[in-house]
Design a binder for this molecule. Sequence first.
Ligand code: KG4
Ligand code: ZN
Length: 352
Amino acid sequence: MNILAIETSCDETAIAILNCSGTLKSPKFKILKNVISSQIAVHRPFGGVVPNLAKREHIKNLPIVLRQVLGSKVHAYRQAGKSQKLKVDCIAVTVGPGLEPALWTGINFAKELSEKIKKPIIGINHMEAHLYSNWLPKKSLPKKIIFPAVALIVSGGHTILLKMKSITEWERLGETLDDAAGEVFDKVARMLKLPYPGGPEIQKIAGKGNENAIKFPRPLLNLPAKDKNYYNFSFSGLKTSVLYYLRDNPKAKKTDVAASFQKAVIDTLVKKTIHAAQEHKAKSILLCGGVAANKALRDNLQQATNNLQLDFIVPDFQFNTDNAAMIAAAAYINLLSRKKRLAIGAQGNLTI
Ligand code: KG4
Ligand code: ZN
């Protein structure tokens, strides 16, 4: 079946069409179209995403992106109610979590399209979609994911550690108590006067710095195994340490601060994920979400996973940050499973 997916939860307007086949044990995805229109330039002057601006941009961009996805057949598609080239069987749309004004633009657009082409809509959880980005096609030889697995989802709004029994069954081991990993990258970048989004900017200058130059704290890292926060994360203390360090050392090298900060975040993420994999006898470790685009995080977790002789799974770079291909993949897996369907309305605080 072909699934057309729409993603507007934050600052990317994205639409994709995937051909989906196979079973839950081995779902297969062929990406027919995948278009992302980024709003970074619009939000950059404000140092972060402005919800109402995001809404305005999504409304403007959605028809343009759809036209790019459907190509020259769009007119025929609209008039005949179907495309001669691309047959769409189902429409998937992100319903949460995310910015509600932004989510509604995608949902309303999906509803209109659904009426036009007379195809059903399925509502998708954005975090679940990040998780399922691990099943999207890869440049390297894709590995079959073996369970049990431990998955680390690190995005701008969430930091979640899961233990997975199967592709549709999981248990949440830990999450962030305050700032998410991506959020702390963005906030520290702002302290260093780097533009939004901060993650890629920190990565860039960290590459020129010394990661051992400054000893920043590793929050909640050395807790006893029975502690209730053993698998939880907290990054706001680390953020404050960077703030005080910059205040007390105005001549500090930005590159060293960025590298030492990045190392503190990575150490914490990697060690907790590895502990979880060992305790739960995982066969694979999965990494996903926008922060998974961080090369040092990927390399460190890959190395730690190799040391335990486990499989390391991470999506190709283009599928780490927000995209609609992962929304279509999640829709197909949802359709194959017997999970309760989500309501088609914005749910800003939806959890996984
Ligand atoms: O998953 P995502 O695209 O959007 C959300 O669902 O939040 O994640 C965006 C986050 C931002 O905070 C961004 O700074 C971070 O991912 N990010 C990175 C990198 N690329 C994106 N963080 C660290 N290193 C990167 N290379
Ligand atoms: Zn995301």
